[in-house]
Design a protein around this ligand. Structure first.
Ligand code: 3AM
Length: 481
């Protein structure tokens, strides 16, 4: 990669120089630099972090790494990537002025807590995934992802930011590199074993980071590099430590990332779409707009008496609103949002009760929705037609039980039953020949899929009660450092 850095910047161009900053304490020493906290003199006296590198003692490859970092950080602007504000040369030293991250790094955060609950792990992973999605869109891979390179800021809300791009490269998935770099513990097997590798190595590192968040140590934590290489070479099975339990979605993501063979590893697209991350509902600005649009449609459907549609839309909107609410740091805005969210929850619950009671307004006029009630005519026909197929008959029974749980407000079990039933029905419909039974089955699957999605919205509302505790807990942890 060619890197162009205007060496005269800061020295001859009247741009910021070291004199513009008041250097405060040293924060730490990295692989080729020291980092200081500093304040910009005059103006808003913004606090920054300044990475200082003595370029005279560096090898050519170290200078290349640093120039790569500078070049990259100049281009990359994302809420989950440490922002580079400026850089300049001064008496043989290169200075990179960055946004100051006041929450330390993820490594110290995990050490303080020993291991993180799944909900917190999900929040960090969501933020890491958003940064990686952005990096992918710029054809950049990091190559040195590890908890020490993931910095945290506390304000306005605890946020993870990817930093230290010293090893980052522009690398499309089709190209590969052979150079060895990064930290062995987080390094993908193909790098350690000196095979060809590509951007997918970052996904392995995400798996190791996720493992460490959940269980407090890396899956192949070893006392020496030899031991680590041995474990990797022998493809030692990675297991969930005894006594620890995680949800099925969480385990699925973890194990799909930690695949030795990059061809078996989860792809970037599947990672971004993974159920555990639920990136689609992450608290981003874009998703806030989506939530508002959904509420507008929900209100419209509600006013028009289409209660099943309104129920689904309110539930879907809640899936966006709840993460926004738990992420909202401003007390007043949070209070205001909470009132609105409570209104939507109440309305969704009311509509659900109406749907379940068969009081579905316009629904009877819609062919698709006549099956909504387990007792409806169409549904009974499907039950009769499925009698000869044991799997289908028992899956339909399971779906009915799921609906029953939904009516009772037991959302965990409702979702479990509907998922199990759909897990059987969806493969079955692919084999089903055209005809009335296929048509009815298709309609019923669609209804239960929609219901399962709505249940996820109702389940998400639980986080509202937990969130104050959770955010307080996070703030406490930050204060402790
Ligand atoms: O030595 P420790 O691990 O305490 O977290 C980084 C590391 O701290 C910190 O500087 C040390 C050497 O890399 N650091 C790096 N960039 C930073 C930033 N933008 C930072 N701390 C705050 N803000």
């Amino acid at each position: 990669m060619t890197t162009q850095l205007n060496k005269s910047k800061g020295e001859n161009m009247g741009l910021p120089t070291l004199n513009d900053y008041l250097i405060l304490e040293k924060i730490g020493t990295g692989s080729y630099a020291t980092v200081h906290r500093a304040v910009r003199k005059g103006g808003n006296r913004e606090v920054v972090a300044i990475k200082c590198v003595d370029s005279t003692i560096l090898s050519k490859s170290a200078i290349d790494n640093l120039l790569t970092e500078i070049n990259l950080l100049q281009i990359l602007k994302h809420n989950n990537i440490v922002e580079m504000k400026d850089f300049f040369w001064h008496e043989g030293r290169i200075y990179i002025v960055m946004e100051y991250c006041d929450g330390g790094d993820l490594s110290s955060f995990i050490k303080r807590k020993s291991q993180l609950p799944e909900t917190i792990c999900r929040k960090f992973l969501q933020q890491l995934a958003l940064a990686l999605r952005y990096l992918r869109s710029h054809d950049v891979c990091h190559l040195d992802l590890k908890p020490q390179n993931l910095l945290l800021t506390r304000k306005p809300v605890l946020t993870l930011k990817v930093g230290d791009f010293g090893f980052a490269q522009y690398l499309s998935t089709s190209e590969s590199k052979f150079t060895m770099c990064g930290s062995p513990l987080y390094m993908a097997p193909e790098i350690l074993l000196r095979r060809e590798y590509d951007a997918r190595v970052d996904l392995w590192s995400v798996g190791v980071i996720m493992y460490e968040c959940l269980f407090g140590k890396a899956p192949y934590s070893s006392s020496s590099l030899e031991e680590l290489v041995e474990k990797i070479k022998s493809c030692k099975t990675i297991e969930i430590p005894k006594g620890c339990s995680v949800s099925p979605e969480c385990k699925n993501l973890l194990m799909s990332l930690l695949k030795h063979d990059p061809n078996e590893r989860l792809s970037f697209d599947d990672f971004f779409a993974h159920e555990f991350l639920d990136l689609a509902h992450a608290p981003t600005e874009e998703n806030h707009e989506k939530a508002i649009a959904l509420i507008q449609s929900a209100v419209k459907a509600d006013t028009e008496g289409d209660i099943e549609e309104a129920f689904h839309l309110y539930s879907e909107a809640l899936r966006y609103f709840i993460p926004q609410l738990t992420n909202e740091a401003d007390h007043d805005r949070r209070k205001h949002l909470r009132v609105r969210v409570n209104e939507y929850i109440n309305r969704a619950e009311k509509l659900k009760a109406m749907c379940m009671a068969g009081n579905s307004g316009k629904l009877e006029s819609s062919g698709r929705k006549e099956l909504l009630q387990g007792t409806s005519f169409g549904y009974q026909e499907l039950r009769i037609l499925s009698k000869s197929t044991t799997d289908m008959a028992s899956a339909l029974e399971m779906g009915e039980v799921g609906e029953q749980y939904l009516a009772e407000g037991n959302y965990d079990l409702a979702l479990e039953k509907l998922r199990a039933c759909l897990g059987i029905l969806v493969p079955l419909i692919n084999k089903e020949p055209p005809g009335r039974r296929r048509e009815l089955l298709n309609q019923q699957i669609e209804i239960w899929l929609t219901q399962a999605e709505s249940i996820k919205g109702l389940l998400a509302t639980r986080a509202v009660d937990d969130s104050p505790k959770e955010s307080k807990h996070l703030q406490d942890q930050c204060v402790l450092q």
